[in-house]
Design a protein around this ligand. Structure first.
Ligand code: SF4
Ligand code: SF4
Ligand code: FES
Length: 255
């Protein structure tokens, strides 16, 4: 198991001077600087991540971790790249959780509850225990979005589940044995493709691209050297942070 997830390597050198504290990684004790995140503490202890690590910034959901603290029955969770170690924590990573992931054809799938229920009948096994919401490291209201899906309110489910990073920790606690995040992803896809209002300007832009409006401009860019491209990029006119909605650059030739 351990070999599949990570390999041990030379300990990461930590330049900062920090107090060392004991933590237990998969049952083995290590002394690590108290300022490190779980991920860096594991690397400091000699582990090399070959799975269970992606963005290192709390976005990709690859580093779900469970831990317990001494004298506390709670199972705690966190993202290894975001959670700082505490003394005597017992931890292990759950970088992947086996989950039912339905296959569907977005061309023919209908944006209806029945379609989602057909692919994920376990949706209606939810007992509203709320364990999923409590475990979510992104504070996503998981039970609420599952309830919205059950009510066929795809817009609400899309909005409530938008911050999900697919870490899979909610599925580890679900007594209905569902993978909430895959169900919500199907709903967001259906909503985005078939229910959300279509932006007129995007359709116009696609028509312009297909009509060849930008072909010469792109060809011109592709013919430039790296230095010319860098110069163009650094000297470009940027949109101000607080620009009005109708803001336009002075040079409108590329619009
Ligand atoms: S909803 Fe589930 S998969 Fe998404 S971030 Fe929360 S715990 Fe992770
Ligand atoms: S953990 Fe599962 S059963 Fe409990 S509220 Fe969440 S989705 Fe429903
Ligand atoms: S490595 Fe991406 S969320 Fe932690």
């Amino acid at each position: 198991m351990r070999e599949q997830l990570m390999q041990t390597t030379e300990a990461t050198e930590v330049k900062v001077e920090a107090k060392l504290i004991p933590i237990y990684i998969m049952g083995k004790k290590y002394e690590v600087p108290e300022t490190l995140t779980i991920m860096k503490a594991m690397e400091y202890s000699g582990f090399k991540f070959i799975r269970g690590c992606g963005c290192r910034g709390g976005i990709c959901g690859a580093c779900g971790t469970v831990y317990r603290l001494p004298g506390d029955y709670h199972i705690r969770v966190g993202l290894a790249c975001q959670t700082v170690v505490v003394p005597d924590m017992y931890l292990t990573q759950i970088p992947f959780y086996p989950a039912n992931r339905a296959v569907y054809d977005m061309e023919t799938a209908l944006p209806e509850l029945a379609e989602v229920q057909k692919k994920y009948p376990e949706l209606f096994r939810c007992v509203a225990c709320n364990a999923c919401t409590k475990v979510c490291p992104m504070d996503v209201p998981v039970l609420d979005y599952i309830s919205a899906i059950k009510q066929g309110d795809f817009k609400k489910a899309m909005e409530l589940s938008f911050d999900c990073i697919q870490c899979g920790l909610c599925a580890t606690r679900c007594m209905a044995e569902m993978a909430q995040y895959h169900i919500a992803q199907m709903v967001r896809r259906l909503y985005g493709a078939k229910l959300a209002p279509q932006p007129k300007h995007a359709a116009e832009m696609v028509d312009d691209i297909k009509g060849g409006k930008y072909t010469d401009m792109l060809g011109d860019l592709k013919s430039k050297s790296l230095d010319e491209l860098k110069k163009l990029y650094t000297e470009r006119e940027s949109e101000p942070h607080m620009s009005p909605e109708d803001w336009k650059p002075q040079d409108t030739s590329c619009l």
